[in-house]
Design a protein around this ligand. Structure first.
Ligand code: FAD
Length: 353
């Protein structure tokens, strides 16, 4: 709550997360990772989010988005040079896809990268970048071929301190205030040729693969947040007395708790199903989107009912449900809004019509 109030980014706990292996959960030990699977990764995010969803978001942007992109598309040399310190938690990562004018339609990106001798020159502004001000390594998407029908977007690794690259405005947010959300600015920023990540022009396709895993992560965070809000509510329902009884003795409150617990289990199982498919290397676009859609919307409902169960005390900052209620909304928006998840699932169910 103190971090939230002060918008304090908890850099001091990153070494502790690293010691637990949580800054490189799914990456091979050869690259400094903990070599666990996606189910374990989901459990990590769930448990962190149960207490503080901001910390879970910091860990997921670092693991899934930045490090995950380098692991997916990087050359052996890029993995050794960049992934290893990220997975060990010696460096922090961020991932820049969104722009002020292109969010849901990420293919409409306008940031550019132009080849110039032995390097690339990057120009443009990226928005809403988690970990932006604190990251040592940024994976950024930029248009390399405006004429391409397949979006012509490529990914680049940009290190902190590179001339022409800086974090701009720090966003002042409704929730998740201990996580950092930044604008990233590229002004004639020159990176070596070898910092192009993956095949030139394949950046957008790789982003879609990264977002499949990302959505499992957001689903897991939603489950953890909902679990935390449920636990706070069931304990309050046992303690708080009205009309001479614990409010948990009233059927109206019991049914709220029953519906919360049942739907949290359903969301958790959807998340585990998608994670299990990812562990088997099976394409799981539909399952990941279903898990993200259901879990994030369920978490919004749970956080709402948690405040209701707390009555007036739910509305003040002395109880944790006030914070869950604010934090939860991001998860129906980030890494694809609920509307975009429904578009993805519809396409998976019906094909392109
Ligand atoms: C706290 C936070 C952290 C974030 N972290 C990152 C990050 O680390 N890296 C990164 O790249 N991005 C990040 N994002 C960006 C996030 O992924 C985008 O905000 C999100 O994808 C939505 O894009 P937008 O905000 O531009 O909304 P828009 O795309 O403008 O959408 C506005 C509304 O229109 C709806 N809409 C849009 N298109 C359609 C359609 N075709 N059909 C129906 N409805 C539609 C949307 O669902 C939404 O309700 C973050 C955002 C926040 C708030």
């Amino acid at each position: 709550m103190e971090w939230d109030e002060e918008q304090h980014f908890p850099a001091e706990i990153i070494p502790q997360l690293a010691r637990l292996g949580l800054m490189g959960v799914t990456f091979p030990a050869a690259y400094g990772g903990a070599a666990l699977g996606y189910i374990e990764y989901g459990i990590v995010l769930e448990e962190l989010a149960r207490i503080d969803p901001s910390v879970a978001l910091i860990v997921s942007a670092h693991n899934t988005l930045c490090s995950g992109h380098i692991f997916l598309a990087g050359s052996e040399e890029q993995k050794r040079k960049h992934l290893t310190p990220l997975a060990r938690g010696e460096k922090l990562g961020c991932w820049s896809l969104t722009e002020p004018g292109s969010g849901s339609d990420a293919s409409g990106a306008r940031a550019t990268a132009r080849l110039d001798g032995d390097g690339w020159i990057l120009n443009g502004v990226k928005s809403f970048v988690t970990n932006g001000h604190y990251a040592d390594v940024c994976v950024v998407m930029a248009v390399t071929d405006k004429t391409s029908e397949k979006h012509g977007i490529s990914a680049f690794i940009v290190e902190k301190g590179t001339p022409g690259f800086r974090a701009g405005k720090k966003e002042n947010k409704l929730g998740l205030r201990a996580s950092d959300t930044a604008e990233m600015i590229f002004e004639d920023c020159r990176v070596p040729k070898e910092n192009c990540l993956g095949k030139q022009g394949d950046g957008f396709i790789d982003c879609l693969k990264i977002l499949d895993i990302g959505r499992i992560g957001i689903a897991a965070i939603s489950v953890g947040l909902a679990q935390g809000a449920f636990e706070a509510s069931s304990s309050y329902a046992r303690q708080r007395k009205q009309f001479g009884k614990a409010i948990g003795a009233f059927q109206a409150i019991q049914w709220k708790l029953v519906d919360m617990a049942t739907e949290i289990d359903a969301a958790r199982l959807l998340t585990y199903r998608a994670a299990a498919l990812a562990d088997r290397g099976v394409r799981m676009t539909r399952e990941a989107s279903m898990a993200k859609l259901f879990a994030s919307e369920l978490a919004v409902r749970v956080a709402n009912e948690a405040v209701q169960i707390h009555g007036g005390y739910g509305f003040i900052k002395d109880y944790p449900v006030e914070k869950y209620y604010r934090d939860v909304k991001l998860f129906t928006i980030g890494e694809g809004t609920s509307e975009i998840q429904r578009m993805v699932i519809a396409r998976e169910l019906l094909g392109r019509l």
